[in-house]
Design a protein around this ligand. Structure first.
Ligand code: NAD
Ligand code: MG
Length: 391
């Protein structure tokens, strides 16, 4: 029986993970569920999944949860970042699903990695922020880092298991990272400035949290994924080609020196990569049905339009610049997306804010997590001031 901690249980990845776990009560038990401040959904999840711990990042929400949960349920309520780190690193825990959105996920995900857990990484922002240091922490503790992002999980499945971080040894020529293109792939450029948060969050193929939905619409999601792939598979952006594939059935591909291209296909359903990570190297039912390729008929591929969607280029440039540039990129993006969702910023101003933040906060060496957290906080402040000036 494997004990699972679920960071970000009330979110889109969190709920999909619980769906898979509930199909295999003989294999997995829920040790802890965590959320930011959504008390009602957390109460429902505690009744359904009976974790030993429930953690609310927000202390007021934790107090309310503790008051409202019946003592007889046997759930201990913890709060704050310490609570998150505690359930991510507890001795009895085998698997940690890292599904908090944004930089807030870095500390608890790092705690799981340092404690040598199987870390199922959905929280791409954590790796974008701390790349080399995070991978070092994984290597030092012997943690098992398995990608849950559908593209990275696909690449992982297309690589030989003993050469995941050794593209040369595996004979890899390049990685083909697929992208849906998001909801505005065909929207006239002139209309992009006036798109609404509702339109941006209405992804054609995937149902996801708001932040990643906006990232998919700006293509920053692909930019963050490009950086994520560089760290996970020990390669550079020059060896990764983004292919827009509007059907979202091929989740990514690996091309080898002999010309072979291996691909992983499946319905756009996150339960597939989640089940893959939970059971790896075994296979378990994810609740995902068979794919009807006859119904689908054909696959399309297009080059990404980097003039229309500058975020992809901004991300690749930040990775190449190195040091804390990706920290600034990520922080400014989180701030700009929040401002857009709140109605304070135009969609087309998101890359403008990021570019200005990158210009004004020069990267420094990412020599410690302290530096990363400092630079992150500074970049968020800077980005808010740029948003205010822009508005
Ligand atoms: P979501 O917004 O649906 O859920 C986020 C979860 O994080 C919630 O449980 C929320 O309570 C928690 N949370 C938010 N802020 C927090 C904070 N400050 N402290 C502690 N907890 C906090 O997001 P999602 O779509 O499930 O995405 C989660 C992560 O997985 C993101 O990094 C995203 O990029 C990645 N991801 C998601 C998908 C998807 O299909 N949704 C696919 C690939 C990768
Ligand atoms: Mg993805």
């Amino acid at each position: 029986m494997r004990q699972v901690t679920l960071l970000g249980a009330t979110g889109s990845i969190g709920l999909n993970t619980l769906d898979v776990l509930a199909r295999h009560p003989d294999r997995f038990a829920v040790h802890a569920l965590t959320a930011n401040r959504q008390v009602d959904p957390m109460i429902r999840l505690c009744f359904e999944h009976k974790p030993r711990y429930a953690v609310m990042a927000d202390p007021d929400a934790a107090r309310e949860l503790a008051e409202r949960l019946p003592a007889g349920l046997g759930v201990t309520v913890l709060s704050g970042c310490e609570g998150l780190e505690q359930v991510a690193s507890a001795e009895t825990v085998d698997v940690v699903m890292a599904a908090i959105v944004g930089g807030a996920g870095l500390r608890p995900t790092l705690a799981a990695a340092r404690a040598g857990k199987r870390v199922l990484l959905a929280n791409k922002e954590a790796l974008v922020m701390s790349g080399a240091l995070f991978m070092d922490a994984v290597a030092e503790s012997g943690a098992e880092l398995l990608p849950i992002d559908s593209e990275h999980n696909a690449i992982f499945q297309c690589l030989p298991p003993d050469h995941i971080r050794d593209p040369d040894g595996a004979g890899v020529r390049r990685i083909l990272l697929t992208a849906s293109g998001g909801p505005f792939r065909e929207t006239p450029v002139a209309s992009l400035a006036s798109v609404t948060p509702e339109q941006a969050c209405a992804h054609p193929n995937w149902s996801m949290g708001q932040k990643i939905s906006v990232d998919s619409a700006t293509l920053m999601n692909k930019g963050l994924e490009l950086i994520e792939a560089c760290w996970l598979f020990n390669t550079g952006p020059g060896r990764i080609d983004v292919h827009v594939h509007p059907e979202s059935i091929i989740h990514s591909m690996v091309e080898y020196l002999d010309g072979s291209i291996l691909a992983q296909l499946g319905s756009p359903d996150m339960r597939t990569p989640i089940a893959n990570g939970l059971a790896w190297p075994e296979r378990i039912d994810a609740g995902v049905g068979s794919l009807d390729l006859f119904e689908l008929g054909r696959f399309r591929f297009e080059r990404p339009d980097e003039d229309r969607f500058p975020c992809l280029t901004l991300a690749a440039d930040a990775f190449r610049l190195g040091g804390t540039a990706p920290v600034v990129l990520n922080a400014a993006n989180e701030v700009a997306v929040r401002a857009f969702l709140n109605g304070h910023l135009k969609f087309t101003d998101i890359p403008v804010i990021i570019e200005k933040a990158l210009e004004r906060q020069a990267p420094v060496a990412a020599e410690s997590f302290e530096v990363i957290f400092e630079q992150d906080a500074q970049a968020r402040q800077l980005a808010w001031s740029i948003v205010e000036a822009q508005a």
